[in-house]
Design a protein around this ligand. Structure first.
Ligand SMILES: NC(=O)c1ccc[n+]([C@@H]2O[C@H](COP(=O)([O-])OP(=O)(O)OC[C@H]3O[C@@H](n4cnc5c(N)ncnc54)[C@H](OP(=O)(O)O)[C@@H]3O)[C@@H](O)[C@H]2O)c1
Length: 288
């Protein structure tokens, strides 16, 4: 039995979908019973919260492999560590952790590296998937201003990033979960090309049917804009720091891992933009 955590999230949802397509036997964990009730058919749903150990133990029953997803917040290390403590107490299970590229060089990936170190120290068999930034961030975080102002904002200048489609991350995750032989390995997952936000704006313009601009702001202005939009202080600071990391070219390298796993090139940004064009067009449409 494979436990997929964070099944309501962007990556977890896609991993669940692809695991079911592949016919894997999965249990998926949700925090909210309402969300769990809407889970696709064919899986066993369980309610689990990393802050409540009494919910973790039953979720682990009969499980031998785990896809571990933690939230992108300042609490990532603490939450994943509480979960790992329960896993250790329940026996030897294989952990495939969704991590991030960048190690200790920026705030967001640093929390992941800390959690990787905790897993390494736990002695549990593990594999780390370290993706670069997601293409779907453009949909999840930028469509509001793309629709209302024909623009999206940041402070990464002309820094190019080898962004990756979540569907490719999930496809790799499912292969690793279904197979053996990946224990002790880490995989840096990127798209096939590094793009600047200016190039991304041009590509989105093509599918949106109107000009979309990337507006580069001074870091303090970008942070203020995020704070006034309701982003918590820690997340706004971490985002500014991530853009600094991008600006200096630290996230532009591409790797062959996705192609090696999937036997095809990574999904291109043009393909992604075509598939998600509905999100960038002016008329409101609800994703199915
Ligand atoms: N965005 C990027 O470009 C990027 C790049 C590399 C790595 N990453 C990493 O990828 C990971 C997943 O990203 P994502 O976009 O899929 O995140 P997401 O959509 O925010 O999903 C996080 C998941 O964790 C669950 N969760 C939150 N708190 C929990 C708790 N206390 N107990 C149990 N489950 C809890 C959430 O459940 P609820 O729905 O109930 O909140 C949700 O299912 C993050 O760790 C992020 O740092 C992101």
């Amino acid at each position: 039995m494979i436990l997929i955590t964070g099944a309501s999230g962007n990556v977890g949802r896609e991993v669940v979908k692809q695991a079911l397509t592949l016919g894997l036997t999965i249990r998926a964990s949700f925090r909210s019973p309402d969300v769990a009730a809407k889970a696709p058919a064919g899986l066993e749903g369980v309610i689990m919260d990393y802050t409540k150990p009494e919910t973790i133990r039953p979720a682990l029953h009969g499980v031998d492999k785990i896809f571990l997803v933690g939230p992108p917040t300042r609490h990532l290390l603490a939450l994943e560590a509480r979960f790992i403590k329960e896993v250790r107490a329940s026996g030897r299970k294989y952990i495939v952790k969704l991590s991030a590229l960048g190690g200790h060089q920026s705030i967001f990936p640093s929390g992941h590296r800390d959690s990787e170190e905790n897993i390494e120290a736990s002695g549990l068999p593990h594999t780390f998937l370290r993706p670069n930034a997601f293409m779907q961030n453009l949909v999840n975080y930028n469509t509001a201003t793309i629709r209302s102002r024909d623009a999206f904002y940041g402070c990464q200048g002309n820094g190019a990033v080898s962004i990756i489609d979540i569907r490719d991350i999930a496809a790799v995750a499912v292969i690793v979960l279904a197979a053996t032989g990946h224990e002790g390995r880490s995989y840096a997952l990127t798209g096939g090309e590094a793009l600047t936000n200016g190039q991304i704006a041009e590509k989105i313009s093509r599918v949106a049917g109107r000009k979309i601009s990337y507006i580069d702001l001074p870091p303090t202005e970008f942070k203020t804009a995020m704070l006034s939009a309701g982003t918590p202080e820690w997340s706004a600071e971490a985002m500014v720091d991530l853009h600094r990391f991008y600006r200096v070219g630290k996230a532009k390298r591409t790797t062959e891992e996705v192609e090696r796993f999937l036997g095809r090139k990574p999904i291109t940004f043009d393909q992604f933009a075509h598939d998600y064009a509905f999100a960038f067009r002016e008329e409101e449409k609800v994703a199915s």
